[in-house]
Design a protein around this ligand. Structure first.
Ligand code: ZN
Length: 319
């Protein structure tokens, strides 16, 4: 027995060291590279606020996010699609820039893709009748000619700022008919990306290469993207941000990049440029620090879920 005990303890120490080493290895594998994609840039400033633009705010928050991730996860490498106020890759148009974002994410071997954007809602139009104008016209010809008078209402039109506020986190919608689409919020009108994406041309979705890429996304990255997006939205709620229905799905041009990246991916709309209070908040140190802290917490929880294998492999029958 006296000889067995030291041997046994040696054996246990060896097992402990081996398992420790193994777990460290698996932890490193989970999030080796995180790609941060500040929306817009350069000639494409995105949504306008009263004193700032979406491209500027997205870049400021993205840079802070990258620094916070570096501190929290020193083993993870950060890749930015842009670090200055230009279109990614110094491209001259939005289409090329969008492809550059996806290509850079893929060639960097990213494990997670986070796009940062700001929302915007159009002003609300109002009208009221200010009075009536009498309009005279004639009907018929010759002796039958009749004078007709009509009162026409006169309108006064004006707009007021849209009070929409809060955050939205998007993932790529596999298909509008897919059952999973119903498990999260319905695809809603998005204000912020409509104008900025109108002149983007993308590959034909019926092209076999595009179809294959979407299938790969669906099989491997949809569930992970949804889990991560949900953590982000729940975090924003706990910070007191206005709830706008949780994780949303879209499959339009503005977020094409999400399925073009071979990794789980989310697009976070951190607040509304069109709302004065929110524009102030997302420009402030306090606001930016809170947004960054929330996303870092979401990454922590997501990483932990991956390491403990709480997120099972993705649905093989996504379509
Ligand atoms: Zn945007």
């Amino acid at each position: 027995m006296k000889k067995i005990l030291p041997l046994l303890s040696l054996f246990l120490v060896a097992i402990f060291l081996w398992s420790n080493c193994f777990s460290q290895q698996s932890q490193k594998k989970v999030l080796r590279t995180i790609v941060i994609d500040p929306g817009h840039g350069g000639i494409d400033q995105g949504a306008d606020g009263s004193f700032s633009t979406e491209a500027q705010v997205s870049l400021a928050v993205s840079r802070k996010l990258g620094k916070a991730i570096e501190q929290e996860f020193p083993d993870s490498k950060i890749v930015y699609t842009r670090t200055t106020d230009v279109l990614p890759g110094n491209k001259s148009n939005k289409t090329d820039a969008l492809r550059y974002r996806a290509d850079l994410a893929n060639s960097s071997g990213g494990d997670l893709f986070i796009a940062i954007h700001c929302n915007s809602a159009p002003p609300i139009r109002h009208s009221e009748i200010t009075g009536y104008k009498t309009v005279t016209s004639y009907k018929g010809k010759g002796k039958k000619k009749k004078k007709v008078t009509k009162k026409v209402p006169q309108y006064h039109y004006w707009t007021t700022p849209n009070p929409a506020e809060g955050t939205e986190t998007y993932i790529w919608a596999l298909s509008k008919n897919d059952a999973k689409v119903n498990s999260v919020s319905k695809i809603e009108e998005d204000y912020g990306e409509v104008d900025s994406t109108s002149n983007i041309t993308l590959p034909d979705p019926s092209d076999p290469a595009e179809k294959a890429r979407m299938l790969i996304y669906a099989q491997n990255y949809f569930r992970k993207s949804l889990t991560f997006a949900d953590l982000i939205e729940k975090g924003f709620q706990s910070q007191g941000r206005t709830y706008r229905g949780g994780v949303k799905q879209r499959n339009d041009k503005g977020i094409w990049v999400l399925q073009a990246t071979g990794m789980p991916s989310v697009l976070v709309e951190i607040g509304f440029m069109s709302n004065k209070d929110e524009e102030n908040y997302i420009n402030s140190e306090k606001g930016q620090d809170e947004i960054v802290a929330n996303i870092v917490n979401a990454i922590k929880d997501y990483k932990q879920k991956l390491e403990s294998r709480q997120i099972t492999s993705d649905d093989k029958k996504a379509f």
